[in-house]
Ligand binder design. Structure first.
Ligand code: GLN
Length: 483
């Protein structure tokens, strides 16, 4: 039962082959048995899951038939869930029970999904390895000595290990696409403003975007359908009609113009990954796509710009966690100053503290023009590169990451080494564009992802290309041994 995709589950439930309650009990037992190996959950919500499953079964018995009705999922632990711990992977919020549901959570609940639990993540979504979580590192089901990617490493590892068919995640600089690549999943970061950020604990507000992590493009279409849409509670949500994503999957790729940026194949890219990317290009050519070399000349500036903008916004967003208004409070403070410094010093981990310091520095009066303003100008150049490219091509293709998943601990002493791994993903966040990662092969037994980027609101096009590719390849069907 645990091998079924969301689409297969929807068919099985509609045909009454099994009930949502049976499926939910099976998956909860599987989580209890296998999650100790990978640590992908921070909280399990068995009682809620069984209540939601029974309610979904009752709705189906009454003739309802939505694709997500009775489908088990989990939420990354930065989506607020009413009455349930929402920790953001941090000691700071270890005892925080959200007083309301995030829009994504309430929309998916209304569609009838069953919440099995809250998944592990890098603390406040800062990281690319899921090692900065206060609840411990997550392990990659493909090789337990390797990281699953981050920051949505818990959602990715859980889906890859077949503990559940799909999960929600968020992507500020790659945190949906990079863990998807590292664990052989399909992950979609939507256009900025497509999915509501209301109730999603903020890391860098101008970059954060929620989206689906699943095994197939077909499943990402189903989950995105339940997540997307205008939300008056989020001032950056965009009032644009939501298309039928499943209906977009079957378009022909004949004549589709795929741009391949020449800058992507530089020295930093593992040549074995480059070979797999070229193989995926050949596959898409067979399906009728036309390949064109393009250039994104400002790509080299994206990492420094991102690692100014994201920490700057984080330092502002995280100021609310002061032990008074929100978050952990230290024991026996001497005075107010002591309360603030010790609450924040004890509540936040070292990567979060590093980002707050970098961000506060970049925003300070004497340095604002030199760093923050400069970074914003680079951001515009990065966006302009994409606008120029999309005058010539329909999608942009390249690797999701320069290397496969590294060993646990390998980059802990050198944060910049980890930041450099984000080179292919962060440009989409800087520009607000949608991006998707899908399985494209293996290097040393570890999965490799190919990334597709499209113009604003062309999520359907990304899902179409990925689905057609998945109809003709079987990388996405491979399962890690032991799971
Ligand atoms: N690795 C990037 C960072 O640490 C991206 C994280 C994310 O997308 N949340 O900021």
């Amino acid at each position: 039962m645990h091998h079924m995709t969301l689409a297969e589950i929807a068919r099985g439930l509609a045909d009454k082959k099994f009930s949502s309650e049976e499926l939910t009990r099976t998956l909860l037992a599987r989580i209890a048995q296998l999650d100790p190996q990978i640590n992908s959950f921070i909280s399990l919500t068995e009682d809620l899951a069984l209540a939601q499953a029974k309610a979904a079964d009752a709705r189906r018995a009454n003739g309802e038939n939505g694709a997500l009705l009775g489908a088990p999922i989990a939420h990354k632990d930065l989506f607020c869930t009413q009455g349930i711990r929402t920790s953001c992977g941090s000691k700071m919020l270890d005892n925080f029970k959200a007083p309301y549901d995030a829009t994504v959570v309430s929309k998916l609940a209304a569609a009838g999904t069953v919440t099995l639990g809250k998944t592990n993540m890098d603390e406040f979504a800062m990281g690319s390895a899921n090692e900065s979580s206060w609840y411990g590192a997550v392990k990659n089901p493909w090789n337990l000595e390797h990281v699953p990617g981050g920051s949505s490493g818990g959602s990715a590892a859980a889906v890859a290990a077949r503990l559940l068919p799909a999960a929600t995640a968020t992507d500020t600089g790659g945190s949906i696409r990079q863990p998807a690549a590292f664990t052989n999943l399909t992950g979609l970061k939507p256009t900025y403003g497509r999915v509501s950020r209301w109730g999603m604990i903020a890391y860098a507000s101008s970059l954060d975007q929620g989206g689906p992590l699943a095994r197939t493009a077909e499943d990402c279409a189903l989950l995105l359908q339940g997540m997307a849409g205008f939300d008056p509670n989020d001032s950056t949500s965009i009032d644009e009609p939501v298309p039928d994503y499943s209906a977009s999957l079957n378009g022909s790729l004949q004549g589709l113009r795929i741009g391949v940026p020449k800058e992507y194949f530089s020295a930093g890219l593992d040549p074995r990954i480059a070979d797999l990317i070229h193989a995926s290009i050949k596959e898409l050519e067979k399906l009728g796509a036309v390949i064109k070399e393009i250039s994104l000349p400002n790509m080299q500036h994206a990492i420094p710009a991102y690692y100014v903008i994201a920490p700057a916004e984080a330092s502002s967003n995280l100021s609310r966690f002061d032990g008074v208004r929100f978050g952990y409070r230290c024991e026996n403070p001497k005075d107010l100053e002591d309360l603030y410094t010790r609450s924040r010093g004890e509540g936040f981990g070292s990567e979060v503290q590093r980002r707050i310091m970098v961000g506060a520095y970049a925003l300070s009066a004497g340095y604002y023009d030199a760093y923050y303003l400069k970074a914003q100008k680079i951001r515009r150049l990065v966006k302009n590169d994409f606008m120029n490219a999309f005058n010539e091509v329909d999608v942009i293709l390249g690797p999701t990451t320069p290397n496969p998943a590294w060993k646990l601990g390998a980059k802990n002493s050198d944060p910049v080494a980890a930041y450099l791994e984000d080179v292919y993903t962060i440009t989409a966040n800087l520009a607000g564009l949608p991006g998707l990662s899908m399985p494209a092969g293996f290097v040393d037994g570890l999965p490799v992802g190919v990334q597709l980027l499209a113009p604003y609101f062309q999520e359907g096009r990304l899902l179409n290309v990925a689905h057609q590719y998945q109809l003709h390849t079987d990388w996405h069907t491979r399962t890690p041994t032991g799971f």
